[in-house]
Design a protein around this ligand. Sequence first.
Ligand SMILES: *[C@@H]1O[C@H](CO)[C@@H](O)[C@H](O)[C@H]1NC(C)=O
Ligand SMILES: *[C@@H]1O[C@H](CO)[C@@H](O)[C@H](O)[C@H]1NC(C)=O
Ligand SMILES: *[C@@H]1O[C@H](CO)[C@@H](O)[C@H](O)[C@H]1NC(C)=O
Ligand SMILES: *[C@@H]1O[C@H](CO)[C@@H](O)[C@H](O)[C@H]1NC(C)=O
Ligand SMILES: *[C@@H]1O[C@H](CO)[C@@H](O)[C@H](O)[C@H]1NC(C)=O
Length: 421
Amino acid sequence: MAALIVSTLVIAGVANANPFWRPKLATTLEPNVYTATAASDVYAAQATAPTTSFPKHYKRGKAFDRFLTIWLENTDFSKAAADPNLAWLATKGITLENYHGVTHPSEPNYVAAVGGDTFGIDNDAFIQIDGNVSTVVDLLEDRGISWGTYQEDMPYSGFEGFAWRNQETQANDYVRKHHPPIIYNANTSPLRLSYQKNLTQFHTDLANDQLPQWMFITPNMTSDGHDSSVTVAGAWTRNFLEPLLADPTFTDRTLILITFDENHSYTLSNKIFSILLGDAVPSHLQGTTDPNFYNHYSEIATVEANWNLHTLGRWDVGANVFDVVAKHTGDVVRPYAAATAQEPEIFFNSSYAGPFNTAFQQAPYPAPNLEIMSPGTHRSVLPAIKKAWRNSGLSSYYTDSVEVPDGQHPPKGYAYNDVNN
Ligand SMILES: *[C@@H]1O[C@H](CO)[C@@H](O)[C@H](O)[C@H]1NC(C)=O
Ligand SMILES: *[C@@H]1O[C@H](CO)[C@@H](O)[C@H](O)[C@H]1NC(C)=O
Ligand SMILES: *[C@@H]1O[C@H](CO)[C@@H](O)[C@H](O)[C@H]1NC(C)=O
Ligand SMILES: *[C@@H]1O[C@H](CO)[C@@H](O)[C@H](O)[C@H]1NC(C)=O
Ligand SMILES: *[C@@H]1O[C@H](CO)[C@@H](O)[C@H](O)[C@H]1NC(C)=O
C-alpha cells in the first residue's frame, strides 16, 4: 500500500497542528486511499490519518442549533416500541408513529438519509457513488455549518474500507454500509475524511466543546442490534444518551433523532420506530406521539428547513419536515394516506432500478431536478449542483411531492420492464 503511506505522510500532523474550521488539508477527492482492510495497512494508516475537530462556532438555526442522529438496525416497530429502554427514551421525547424506511436492505436506507435517493441500491455491497453527486454535507458547508460522523469502532478517521472486525474475537464491528457520507466519493477529500471519526472521538470532542452541529452516529454491529437484539440496541442507546440528556450544555437547542434503518419483516410495510429528543422538543411535547408521515428524506429536509439551506433537488425537496421543527420554519407537513393508512398501498420494501441495482438491469444516474423548490418555503437547489448538472443530458424523476416511489411503484424508466425493454 505505497500510495496509502505516501499520502498519509504528506498530510500527517497538519490537522493536529491546526484543528480549525478550514484546516489546510487537501480538498481533492481520494476515494481509494484508505480502503485497505488488512490489519497491517489499517494500523499503519491509524498512526497517521488526520482527525479534525471544530472550535465552537454555532450558526443559529430556527428550531435547533445542533442535530444528532443515531441509527439502529432491522427491528419492527412494535418490537422496538416494547423495548424498556427505548420506551423510557420515548417518555422524554416525541415518538414518530409513521416514520418509514425507503427500501430494503440496509445500505440504500443509509445512502438515502444523506443524498436524497437510494440510486436503486438493492444490496449491501462496496459502493462508491460518483463524486459529482452531492449530499447534505455540501449543503451544510455552503452555510458554514460544521458536520461529522461518529462510527463506533471505525479503526481511524477517514477509513474507507468495507469493514473492520474486532481483532481478538473477529466479531463484526464497523461496516461501511452503515456509514453514509463515506459511500459518496464527494466526501472523500482528506479534509472531509478527517471529519468522519469513531465514537472515541465523540467523547474527545464533547469534552473539548468541539462537537459539530450535524452528527451521524452509528453504533457497532453488536451495539446497534444487527448482530444482537433490540434489547442490546436499546440498552446501548439509553446508556449513551441518558448522561447527555442530563447535560444542559449538550441538550441546549439540540435535536436528537433515534431511528432504525429498516423494518425487519419485508412483507410488512417498512415502518420503523423513531424518537425525537433533546431540548428542541418542548417539555409539553415530551412523551407525545406525532402521526405524520416521515421517511429518511425527512432527516435532510428538517436540517435544510432549520438552517435555511439549499436543497439537493432530489427526494429531500418534497419530504415532510418534522412537525416540531416545521412550526418554526413555515413548512407545511402534508398527508400521505397511501403510506399511512391502516392497510397501506405502498410498502417501501424494495428498490427501483438505478446505477447500483443488481437484481434489475442498471439504469443511469437520475439528474437532480434543478427547478423544484420546497413547497411554500421556496428553498432552491444548491447553485453548485445546478452548475454541475445543468448540461448532464440525464433525465430527472424528482418532484416536490411528499409521495415517493418504491420498487412496486417505480419512477418512469426505472422499473424492471422499462429498463429491460
Ligand atoms: C479512533 O480513531 C482514532 C483517530 O484516527 C484512532 O487513533 C483510534 O485508535 C481509534 N480508536 C479505535 C477504538 O479504533
Ligand atoms: C461494540 O461496542 C461495545 C461497547 O459499546 C463493546 O463492548 C464491544 O466490544 C464492541 N464490539 C463488539 C464486536 O461487540
Ligand atoms: C412487499 O410487501 C408486499 C405486501 O406484503 C409483498 O407482496 C411483496 O412481496 C413485498 N416485497 C418484498 C420484496 O418482500
Ligand atoms: C413493520 O411495519 C408495519 C407497517 O407499518 C407495521 O404494521 C409492523 O408493526 C412492523 N412490523 C412488525 C412486525 O411489527
Ligand atoms: C459524474 O462523474 C462521472 C464519473 O467521473 C462521470 O462519468 C459523469 O459524466 C459525471 N456526471 C456529470 C453530470 O457530470
